[in-house]
Design a binder for this molecule. Structure first.
Ligand SMILES: C[S@@+](CC[C@H](N)C(=O)[O-])C[C@H]1O[C@@H](n2cnc3c(N)ncnc32)[C@H](O)[C@@H]1O
Length: 186
């Protein structure tokens, strides 16, 4: 298959921008699937994960308990940078945001445009050149639609001298399917 589905493509973007000793961020831990993937991808590096729900942090801790290079913080991604050790911050190569609500969780707890944009700005500031921020965006529910529009508008106006920004998604699927945005620092 040449055309990749959304989540595999998001993961491949991350894989192609990191090294074994990179520092990486899971900005929305949820059930910890992405945190586990990141922990396996940077065996000599460090993974920082955060979520505003304690249950998500607990689930992610359980899923990644075999790894000692994972730090989980019960906080919003807009605060994540301030929790990263300075030695790790110098090797920050990637961050992933899986926006929206937690599947099988409380659907009222969703990522918000303002804090998502603040988090992108802060993480981008510390990202190494050629590092990447990957967003999986879910415009298929009402709050997700608003967030998708605001984040998209913000990124459309991002200085092209500072980053390459691409969008990847299926254009013939019904009900506003999820899509990927990748922000690669120049
Ligand atoms: C789509 S889920 C993430 C799924 C996760 N990547 C997985 O593999 O299971 C979105 C998560 O973002 C969290 N969230 C919402 N606002 C947040 C914020 N400001 N900072 C960090 N996490 C947030 C929610 O609590 C929810 O767990």
């Amino acid at each position: 298959m040449i055309v990749q589905r959304i989540l595999p493509f998001a993961k491949e973007l991350i894989t192609s921008h990191i090294h074994s000793d990179s520092t990486v961020i899971d900005a929305t831990c949820g059930n910890g699937h992405d945190t586990l993937f990141l922990a396996q991808s940077v065996p000599n590096g460090h993974v920082y994960g955060c979520d505003i729900q304690q249950t998500a942090i607990d689930a992610t801790r359980l899923k990644t308990k075999a790894f000692d290079h994972v730090t989980l913080v019960h906080t919003g991604h807009e605060n994540m940078i301030s929790h990263i050790h300075s030695a790790h911050l110098e090797r920050l190569d990637a961050a992933i945001f899986n926006l929206g609500y937690l599947p099988k969780g409380d659907k009222h707890i969703v990522t918000q445009p303002d804090t998502t944009i603040t988090a992108i700005e802060r993480i981008f500031e510390y990202l190494r050149p050629e590092g990447i921020i990957v967003l999986v965006v879910y415009p298929g529910h009402p709050e997700g639609q608003v967030e998708s529009e605001q984040v998209y508008r913000y990124l459309q106006n991002f200085d092209q001298q500072q980053a390459h920004i691409l969008q990847y998604g299926f254009i013939n699927q019904q009900n506003n399917p999820p899509y990927v945005i990748a922000i690669e620092k120049r």
